[in-house]
Design a protein around this ligand. Structure first.
Ligand SMILES: *[C@@H]1O[C@H](CO)[C@@H](O)[C@H](O)[C@H]1NC(C)=O
Ligand SMILES: *[C@@H]1O[C@H](CO)[C@@H](O)[C@H](O)[C@H]1NC(C)=O
Ligand SMILES: *[C@@H]1O[C@H](CO)[C@@H](O)[C@H](O)[C@H]1NC(C)=O
Ligand SMILES: *[C@@H]1O[C@H](CO)[C@@H](O)[C@H](O)[C@H]1NC(C)=O
Ligand SMILES: *[C@@H]1O[C@H](CO)[C@@H](O)[C@H](O)[C@H]1NC(C)=O
Ligand SMILES: *[C@@H]1O[C@H](CO)[C@@H](O)[C@H](O)[C@H]1NC(C)=O
Length: 438
C-alpha cells in the first residue's frame, strides 16, 4: 500500500507539473522531476548510477521553476500529455527502488554515505540527495518491514528536510512534514523503540491535533512500552549475490595461458590475443574482439529494439535488443567471428542480444542454483568499461573478470548448475552483447 503510495505520488507529481523534458529518444529511461532524479539514474546518456547529475538536475530544475512561475495553460498540459509516454512508469519506479535495495544490500552500503555520493570522493560536483529521495527509500524499507534501514533513511530525510526551502516546491511534491513524522513513528515502532515513536507521535499531534490515526496510535504505543512484543526480523534477500560479490578472488598464477588466435583465414589477418582462465569448464577472454566503430554500430542498431524482458525484469535492471545477422553487416560479422573462434556450429544458437544496464544492472537470467534451461556456452562481449561493479564471477573457479571494453569472454556452462554470476553495476553506463551457443 505504502509502496503504491510512493509510486502514485511520484507519478502524480509529474502530471501536476507537466515538465517538458529533453528525452532525446523514446527508448531512453526518462527522467521526470527533481525529486525522482536520484532514483531514476537510468537514462542512458546520463547514467552514472548513484552519483547525482548536477548538470541534468540544474537544467530540469530551471524548467520546473519556469513552469511554476506561470499557471499551467493548455499549451503546457498538451506538452505534458504528449510526453506522458516517455515518462517513468510504475515499473521504472519499482525497478529503481529494487535496484537501490539490491545495491545497498549486496555492497553493504551505508545510507549516509550514499546520500553524499560515496563512490567517488574526488568528484566535488556530486549533489547530495534531498529529503524526497531519502523519504522514498525510507518508505520502501518500511514496506519491506526492514525497520532499521527505514529508520536510517527517514532520519536522513528529516536531516535534509530544511534544504527544501520553497513551499511551492514542497507542495508539488505531494508530501509534507507530518507524513515524514508518521513514517518515523512506524519505523520506530517496528524497531521496538516505543519512546522514540511516542516522541514523533506527539510532535505530529502538536502540528495536527485531530490526526485520527495518531490519536489511536498513542495509547497503543504506551501499552507496547510496558508490554513489549517480540520483534520480527526482516527477510534476508540477495544473500547469494552478496556472498559472491563481496568475496575477494585471487588469480592463480601458472594456470594462465596467453596466446594469439589465428585459426581461420580471417583471424590470420587479424589475430586476437586470448587468455585462458580455466580449462574445465572452458573459460577464456579474447582481447580486442571488437573495435570502437563496430561497438557503436551494435549500440545504434539495438537502440530502437531495447526493451525489458519479462523473466529478467526487476532483478536485471536492463533492457535488451535482439539483433539478427540480416539486420546489419556488423552483426553478421560478429556472429561469424564468434563461431569461428569457438568452433560452434551455426545452428541452434540464439540471436545476438545487446544489453543496456540501468542502475544496479546485472545479467543473471537464472538466480537459482539449478537452471531450467541448459545452454552450452556464452560469448559475452563487453561494449563498455564499467566504472565500478559489473564483474562476471565464476565462484567455483575463484575467478572474477572485470568488464573490459571490446573484449569477449567465453565460457562453457556446466549441466545443472549456474557457473557464472554478474555483480550489480555500481557506476558507469554499461553495455554488453551476449550470444548463447548451443
Ligand atoms: C553534502 O553534504 C555534506 C555534509 O552534509 C557537505 O559537507 C557537502 O558540502 C555537501 N555537498 C554539496 C555539493 O552540497
Ligand atoms: C541498523 O543500522 C545501523 C546503521 O546502518 C547498523 O550499524 C546496525 O548494524 C543495524 N542493525 C541491525 C540489527 O541490522
Ligand atoms: C479539531 O477538531 C475540533 C473539534 O472536532 C475543532 O474544533 C478544531 O477546530 C479542530 N482543529 C483543527 C486544527 O482542525
Ligand atoms: C530477484 O531476486 C530475489 C532475491 O534473490 C528473488 O527472490 C526473486 O525471485 C528474483 N526475481 C526474479 C524475477 O528473478
Ligand atoms: C550512431 O548513432 C549516432 C546518433 O544517431 C550517430 O551520430 C553515429 O554516427 C552512429 N554511429 C555509427 C557508427 O553508426
Ligand atoms: C531475444 O531472443 C530470445 C530467444 O532467442 C528471447 O527469449 C527473448 O525474449 C528475446 N528478447 C527480446 C527483447 O526480444
Amino acid at each position: 500500500m505504502l509502496f503504491l503510495f510512493v509510486v502514485v505520488t511520484a507519478c502524480f507529481g509529474f502530471l501536476v507539473k507537466g515538465e517538458p523534458l529533453s528525452a532525446t529518444e523514446s527508448y531512453d529511461f526518462a527522467i521526470s522531476s527533481e525529486s525522482q532524479l536520484s532514483l531514476l539514474k537510468l537514462k542512458e546518456t546520463h547514467v552514472n548510477n548513484l552519483q547525482s547529475y548536477k548538470k541534468v538536475l540544474k537544467k530540469h530544475l530551471q524548467k520546473i521553476r519556469r513552469l511554476l512561475k506561470k499557471d499551467l495553460g493548455l499549451e503546457q498540459i498538451a506538452v505534458s500529455q504528449k510526453l506522458l509516454t516517455q515518462q517513468p512508469t510504475s515499473v521504472d519506479f519499482e525497478e529503481s527502488m529494487g535496484a537501490m535495495h539490491r545495491l545497498q544490500t549486496v555492497y553493504n552500503l551505508d545510507s549516509y554515505a550514499m546520500t553524499e555520493g560515496f563512490i567517488d570522493a574526488k568528484d566535488r560536483n556530486i549533489k547530495n540527495w534531498s529529503a524526497d529521495e531519502c523519504l522514498m527509500l525510507g518508505l520502501m524499507y518500511l514496506f519491506l518491514k526492514d525497520y532499521n534501514q527505514s529508520e536510517n533513511w527517514l532520519e536522513l530525510a528529516l536531516y535534509h528536510y530544511d534544504d527544501n526551502l520553497s513551499p511551492e516546491v514542497l507542495k508539488i511534491k505531494l508530501w509534507n512534514y507530518p507524513n515524514l513524522l508518521e513514517s518515523l513513528v512506524e519505523a520506530n515502532k517496528g524497531l521496538g523503540r516505543y519512546l522514540e515513536a511516542k516522541k514523533y507521535a506527539n510532535e505530529l499531534l502538536s502540528i495536527n491535533p485531530n490526526h485520527t490515526y495518531m490519536l489511536t496510535q498513542l495509547p497503543k504505543l504506551k501499552h507496547l512500552q510496558s508490554n513489549p512484543i517480540k520483534l520480527t526480523k526482516p527477510k534476508k534477500v540477495f544473500q547469494l549475490q552478496k556472498e559472491i560479490c563481496s568475496k575477494r578472488y585471487r588469480r592463480k598464477s601458472g594456470v594462465l595461458v596467453c596466446r594469439y588466435v589465428d585459426w581461420t583465414q580471417f583471424l590470420k589477418l587479424a589475430p586476437l590475443k586470448m587468455e585462458e582462465l580455466s580449462m574445465k569448464p572452458h573459460i577464456s577472454i579474447f582481447y580486442g574482439f571488437l573495435g570502437q566503430k563496430d561497438i557503436e554500430v551494435l549500440k545504434n542498431a539495438s537502440r530502437p529494439k531495447l526493451q525489458r524482458v519479462k523473466h529478467l525484469s526487476g532483478n536485471c535492471s536492463c533492457k535488451i535488443g535482439n539483433l539478427s545477422s540480416s539486420s546489419h553487416d556488423v552483426v553478421r560479422k560478429v556472429n561469424e567471428l564468434i563461431l569461428d573462434i569457438t568452433g560452434f556450429p551455426s545452428k541452434g544458437n540464439q540471436m545476438l542480444e545487446v544489453i543496456n544496464y540501468g542502475i544496479a544492472g546485472n545479467y543473471n537470467p537464472e538466480d537459482t542454483a539449478k537452471p531450467k534451461i541448459h545452454n552450452k556456452a556464452n560469448a559475452f562481449i563487453f561494449l563498455e568499461n564499467a566504472g565500478k561493479g559489473g564483474e562476471i564471477v565464476f565462484p567455483s573457479r575463484h575467478l572474477k573478470v572485470r568488464p573490459r571494453k571490446g573484449s569477449m569472454l567465453f565460457w562453457e556452462n556446466l549441466k545443472n548448475s549456474v557457473i557464472y554470476h554478474q555483480c550489480p553495476i555500481l557506476k558507469g553506463n554499461m553495455w554488453v552483447a551476449n550470444k548463447v551457443l548451443n
